[in-house]
Design a protein around this ligand. Sequence first.
Ligand code: BGC
Length: 731
Amino acid sequence: MGDTSADPGRLLAQMTLPEKVGQLTMITGEWAQTGPKAMPVSVDAIRAGAAGSILNLWSPDAVRAAQRAAVEGSRLGIPLLVGFDVVHGHRTIFPVPLAEAAAFDPDLWQRTAAAAASEAAADGIGLTFAPMLDVARDPRWGRICEGPGESPVLAARWAAAKVRGFQGAALADPARIAATAKHLGAYGAVAAGRDYASADPSPRDLAEVHLPAFAAAVQAGVAAIMPAFNDIAGQPATAHTDLLQGWLRGGQGFGGVVISDYNAIAELVVHGVAADLAEAAALALRAGVDIDMMGGAYQAGLVPALARGLVTMDQIDAAVLRVLALKQRLGLFADPFRGLGADAPPAGVRFRALAREAAGKAMVLLKNEGAVLPLTCSGGPIAVIGPLADAAEEMLGAWSGAGRAEDCVTFRAGLAAGFPDRALRYAEGAGIESGTAAMIAAAVATAQGADTVLLCAGEARAMSGEASCRGAPVLPEPQLDLARALIASGRPVVLILCSGRPLILPDWLVAGCAAILAAWFPGAEAGHALADVLSGARAPTGRLPVTWPAAIGQIPIHHALRRSGRPASADHYTSKYLDIPVEPLFPFGHGLSYASPQIEALRAEPATVDVPGQITLRFELVNPASQHVETTVLVYRQDPVASIARPVLELCGFVRVQAAPGERVPVSLTFGTDVAAFPGADLAPRVETGRIDFLLGTRAVEAELARVSVHLRGGLPHILPQAEQAGPVQG
Ligand code: BGC
């Protein structure tokens, strides 16, 4: 065994150039059906000091063997950094991130990340490639399911909660793991929702929409950042010096590790900004990328890049030091087998109650006509129909870590447990993308005589996620045929929709279903959570973190669109379509429940505030119902006159409130006056003097929200007298 000193500087002084390059190289373990194991070639690379980190390798035995190769078999004995995509759970699978975002519950987000970290750490993992913070406004993009949706404010809260959950107070805690905020930046803005395509956000979009969540992650102490695959206006993020060295390291003060996406450095050649791997390696290193994930570009390219004078040894050393510092923070030098000790918790699904809570809170009740829901505990038969009704593996969604299909409670199984006094009848009715008339006929026969038909329809998990973009994100035709037949049967149909994105639903389907519940991909406790929500044991509280378009032609659509000079109206020359509505099917923030608490006595204190200062919004949440309610109140801001045209509504905060039957709960929320800030014409943040309105309620529909105005004093003006106007004067 070599020197396992925890002093990165001393270690660096002993390293050869190939060993340095090794510390900057991440290789992959082999993923097999029965479980992962290190490839023989990887073990050789580890012993040779040619690989400082590894991904896609987990389980105590596999990680122990790989770590042993590193600490006992390599010259310097530097432990490996073991990374994995622990995205929404490790062994216990929670709902996909877009779904969990719908809970609007940062405390929950943090708890699920902490739970995932503890399971992952006990499997030998030290680093997750999460949270994914890509603000996404295009449901064609398959990866919309991996992030928190369309709002930069929601994404920033998500970022902080997830980083705290994964990392805890100290990375040395063997039950926590390092987090990687990904994919910087504007990956969610890839053109036409096509994965890996170019993104061309305006500098304003970048500043206002795509970067705030990464800034929040850095503030929360995130250990690592992963640049995106895409180029931003021609500069691939992996080689984007202004973004990585300038904005991230310089502007945000990020001192952690930057890890490339899978093969992304080598792909700089394919992007057409590097002639060979030496140039690709040089561009990435100079931009600030420390670890090359699986591309071999640093292995093949860094030495020639040094020889050609494209990089310096100082640049290589700085990257190596950052990698060693992360290993040190994780406590790997002190204990390369961290998390794998005798006191490690037992393997298996350890967080069922939390998974059930998260899945229940993630479900969004989109429609509930005639209060068909909740279902009563006793009564006639319930027909459970559809290709997602008994589909354990599909419940996992994309990126299922070490999750297993056999650990998932299907809708059918969960409903049987949740409604023991009602007869459940089941028919598949259709496959996800295939079907026959006979299957439909059998399903209609099953529906006959049932009190309620639960139609469990949607996407396969493989239809959502990386490289799973859909030009037409709709329900596949065989399922539409099934739905048509069930609606025609005359029984009340409740559509339970599984998907990783909003799906475009035809009018007849929305009109024909008595209720619609977005269940997303709910994870291991899918069925129990569904039964909770349908029975009212957990009344639905989810709210859409993403606007649900009415038609594909509306995409991209989101709640924070700027005003037009000609807002849509009955007039011809206004901002609308001839052939589709301008309004979404379900706006951002939409989500029904079984009781409707009211906001009353809304006021702002003080009504006039000096900048900088604080604004407190106070209101009472009144629960007129005879049951306990839990609800999320969303707070939007509206800036009626500003130097830059502002969105009609922008989410700026949210709060979860509980109220007992008949209770009036006083609620207050305090904001700094920077809640009114926006990037000015020069993109510097500014707060302007004048009125700002706060609109409180649920969905982003101006007329439905409670409004209160605040006057800001002492901010910047939105217009200057001509004499003070900088720049050339025409005339
Ligand atoms: C994805 C990343 C992921 C990495 C490692 C890439 O294809 O874009 O999000 O972390 O693979 O699995």
